[in-house]
Design a protein around this ligand. Structure first.
Ligand code: ZN
Length: 412
């Protein structure tokens, strides 16, 4: 019988809600899936326990990726190829991806869209203990226009009536969030990221229908106009926020809008993936045009006070589900964030943004025992996140071999 009571000693903790590691090692007691005690009370709690000596190690809260697509295969480049995969093969691949995510310390992820609620079924299997994977928050079919971004997933609506019906379908399927495509995207042939989808009335109708069902809205927004419209409609998270104009990402900066994003306290989920790391400098060692545009876009949002959560958009071409660590290094490089700020974006802040702060995102008494054990200090070097020594999710050590769903160096 597997033990469900652990006392970890010797490790230094990054708790999530403080701006640094604890200066000294802190004992941590886990029982029945939860953090039972920290510090001296951890040593004094009665009952048999398994003592784990983590001297020299660092323990952080489980990581959160606020934007993934479990059903997408990152080795494929078009929606047509994705849709051609047989169902059983796809479902098997989704399970492998979920397991690989957990092996890399990702204990919570928000799935930002699929076509057939397969991620909901996977979530049920994980929650029932029938499969190993992270805590999943699911959006289901993104709401989009006919021929709009990701219309192939079926969440098509034009009128208010259709919007209500699509939202109701997502809620019925057990979606935690409603995903809204407020602008076009890269992945859909014929769709342009800078173009706005839906007018203000329709956006307000989506938010109203979602809120009536008690669901927050995550809005995919590349174009600047779409960011503004979604923000004013009352969405909770802005995905991408790339300030795209006809010239591409980061070419339509709007300073007043960035200040408004900060003032309204929405969360921006900038979907920086590991592939961005290789786009910082060109072969001559000069900063690339992409880096100049996107570092300016993200850095200025941060300067204006915009709050970021960590996210990768895993599943899109070249972006592997278990490669959050590289994405976090990318976020630090592009947004000029310190490692501790990036760690917070991937733990405590993401938990707050996703509405699961009472469950996870920090090392605190009463929360789910979602923990990552590292050999090196991630507040000094985020690259330490790439190779977790052990992962605990809901009080259980991740037992599988460290499967990887693809190459660790991703193209994005
Ligand atoms: Zn996405």
């Amino acid at each position: 019988m597997e033990s469900h009571d652990f006392l970890m000693i010797g490790a230094r903790l990054f708790r999530g809600d403080r701006d640094a590691l604890d200066p000294e090692p802190v004992p941590l007691r886990v029982r029945d899936g939860r953090i039972l005690a920290l510090g001296p009370p951890a040593l004094e709690s009665p009952g048999p326990t398994e003592v784990i000596d983590l001297t020299g190690r660092f323990v952080i809260p489980g990581l959160i990726d606020a934007h993934v697509h479990l059903e997408l295969d990152p080795t494929l480049s078009t929606p047509a190829e994705q849709l051609a995969i047989p169902d059983d093969e796809r479902e098997g691949a989704m399970r492998v991806r979920a397991r690989a995510m957990l092996a890399q310390g990702i204990t919570t992820a928000r799935d930002c869209g699929g076509g057939a609620f397969r991620e909901h079924a996977l979530r049920r299997a994980i929650d029932a203990g029938e499969w190993t994977g992270p805590r999943l928050l699911c959006c289901g079919q993104p709401i989009t226009t006919p021929d709009g971004h990701c219309a192939f997933w079926g969440g098509i609506a034009s009128t208010e009536r259709e919007i209500d019906a699509v939202v109701a379908r997502q809620v019925e399927a057990g979606s935690d969030w409603i995903k809204l495509m407020a602008t076009g995207g890269v992945f859909t042939p014929g769709s342009r990221p800078s173009d706005t989808q839906f007018d203000a009335v329709a956006l307000a109708a989506v938010v109203a229908a979602a809120n009536r069902a008690g669901r927050p809205v995550a809005a995919h927004c590349h174009g600047t106009e779409g960011i503004a419209a979604a923000l004013r409609a009352g969405v909770r998270t802005i995905e991408h926020a790339s300030f795209a104009g006809p010239g591409g990402f980061g070419t339509a900066w709007d300073d007043a809008l960035a200040r408004e994003l900060a003032a309204r306290e929405v969360w921006v989920s900038p979907t920086v993936n590991a592939g961005w790391l290789r786009r910082i400098r060109d072969t001559a060692g000069e900063p690339t045009d992409f880096f100049r545009r996107m570092s300016s876009c993200l850095g200025r949002q941060r300067e204006r006070g915009v709050r970021f959560v960590a996210s990768t958009d895993a599943g899109i071409p070249g972006v592997f589900h278990d490669a959050l660590a590289g994405g976090l290094e990318g976020l630090a490089a592009y947004a000029s964030m310190r490692p501790v700020e990036v760690l917070r974006a991937a733990t405590v802040d993401a938990a707050e943004a996703l509405g699961v702060a009472r469950e996870t995102g920090r090392i605190a008494v009463g929360l789910s025992a979602d923990l990552v054990v590292l050999r090196g200090d991630p507040t000094a070097d985020l690259a330490r996140l790439r190779d977790p020594e052990r992962v605990m999710f809901r009080g259980r050590w991740f037992a599988g071999e460290a499967l990887r769903s693809g190459p660790s160096a991703d193209e994005g």
